[in-house]
Ligand binder design. Sequence first.
Ligand SMILES: O=C(CO)[C@H](O)[C@H](O)COP(=O)(O)O
Length: 228
Amino acid sequence: MVKSIVAPSILASDFANLGANCKKIVTSGGVEWLHIDVMDGHFVPNISFGAPIISSLRKEFPESDANPVFFDCHMMVSNPEQWIEEIAKAGGNQYTFHVEATDDPERVINAIRAKGMKVGCAVKPGTPVDALLPFADKLDLALIMTVEPGFGGQKFMPEMMKKVEVLRNKFPELNIEVDGGLGKDTIDPAAEAGANVIVAGTSVFKAQDPKEVIDYLNASVTRNLQKV
Ligand SMILES: O=C(CO)[C@H](O)[C@H](O)COP(=O)(O)O
């Protein structure tokens, strides 16, 4: 059975204090994942960072730790195959590419697995969930974007929950991630639809009490998973 996972998005951190910010969230919030948004300025109209920053952040959370933090890398890039090796070497654990960025998703999936990472595939708001169905059984995670990718702090799009429902009905054991505008006000529809991996940037990193928010998000997902 899938479990509740809250993945704070480092896009909302203070990049000048990235390591310390992430340590604080991981330690106080008890999270096992960090969500790492890589943007190339071409697939999306914004540039974030790439493998060198991930590699530096990995030094704060060494793979030699008893429970190393899982680096969930969301690759908003036009050529997903180009960065697989670098992200794996930098310490990425999961590589989520966009279905819109390739004409051969299965080739990308195989290339990611060959470098030892788990595989995710994402759809933008305008892309039907049907685009994932032919190969969803080969994925570790499907990412339903709930904002247009490129920027944090946007408004959650509840109409995307139909996609989550379709996927959850067909794939009860798949990690289904939602990303964009998730927080205490928006978690319930996402959890009710069947999402179990919750990306939360602004709502966690900017909170007075990040642990309280993380616990709230986890509680909603866990409550809804128990209904299934
Ligand atoms: O993928 C993203 C933007 O493309 C971010 O992960 C996402 O928007 C999370 O930020 P917030 O929780 O602030 O909405």
